[in-house]
Design a binder for this molecule. Structure first.
Ligand SMILES: CC(C)=CCC/C(C)=C/COP(=O)(O)O
Length: 282
């Protein structure tokens, strides 16, 4: 084994330890060509293979073939590329790291002992206001109580939008399978199995979609319109404060909910269409 002193001087000079044939470690400079006896051994050494793979692309291209052939052993080019992180890969992992860090810092109501733990009950009320069950129950109740055809049409489409949202978010969660933040306590009421996953936030999609729906189909005074927008924003923000979601889950949830409303408009069920569909079924 190399002494700590040897290890630190190796780190300074950019060299790495390699196991020699007699079991001892020898140091090879990354910037200089290794001696011939080490070149031969690198062919079967995984550390050396990793080093070759992380060589600069210009040096690899210089070999003029589709395989790397340092030390006499052929290494497929695609293997080298997998080990070489792309710019997009680095950008994505940096974004992910910032997301994790920010979400953890903002999760100030994640439990009672957290810095804003005392407002957790209030945040849970906001959570319920964006939950699927009160919205579904409210839409069914209004549909039942509505005595105008126009009112029934709007409520029927709100019901369709809410079901569509549950299906699309469920599919997306099952596809992405991102875990919820580690600091989340899974004490949410009435969840589906996919709600164990984090991406995207179902509350954020519902809040964005329902806000657009209400603003488009309910004649509301200006202060109420502002209140609807504030409610939707707060529902999304409370997901991160409660520690339920990462920031990116909520951001994507808002975008998805906004887009879902366009889909609802495209699929809009009109009484005429419903009557003709029912007529065709009979
Ligand atoms: C049981 C019904 C009808 C809906 C489930 C609603 C729910 C719990 C969604 C999860 O939301 P987040 O993804 O924002 O945590």
């Amino acid at each position: 084994m190399p002494s700590p002193k040897a290890r630190s001087s190796a780190a300074r000079s950019g060299s790495v330890p390699c196991a020699g044939g007699n079991g001892r470690y020898e140091f090879v400079s990354l910037s200089r060509t290794p001696p011939p006896h080490l070149l031969q051994r690198q062919g079967s050494d995984p550390t050396a293979a990793r080093l070759r793979a992380s060589e600069s692309p210009s040096r690899r291209r210089g070999s003029g073939s589709s395989t790397s052939s340092t030390g006499g052993q052929q290494l497929p080019e695609e293997d080298c590329m997998k080990l070489n992180p792309s710019f997009i890969g680095i950008a994505l992992s940096s974004l992910l790291a910032i997301d994790l860090w920010l979400s953890k810092r903002l999760g100030v109501c994640a439990c009672e002992d957290a810095s804003w733990g005392s407002v957790r009950p209030l945040m849970k009320l906001v959570e319920i206001s964006g939950h699927g069950i009160p919205w579904l129950a409210g839409a069914v109740y209004c549909l039942y109580k509505s005595d105008s055809a126009a009112g029934q049409e709007v409520m029927l489409n709100l019901l369709m939008a809410l079901v569509l949202d549950l299906v699309l978010v469920g599919m997306m969660k099952a596809l992405v399978r991102r875990r919820r933040p580690a600091h989340n306590r899974m004490d949410m009421f009435a969840t589906f199995s996919v709600d164990g996953y984090s991406f995207p936030s179902g509350h954020a999609t519902r809040a964005a979609m329902c806000a657009r729906f209400l603003l488009a189909h309910l004649v509301l005074a200006a202060p109420l319109r502002v209140l609807v927008l504030l409610w939707a924003t707060f529902v999304g923000f409370s997901r991160v404060l409660l520690g339920r979601h990462h920031v990116t889950d909520v951001t994507f949830g808002f975008l998805m909910g906004y887009w879902q409303y366009n889909l609802v408009e495209m699929l809009w069920l009109s009484p005429v269409m419903l009557q003709s569909t029912i007529g065709q079924l009979q």
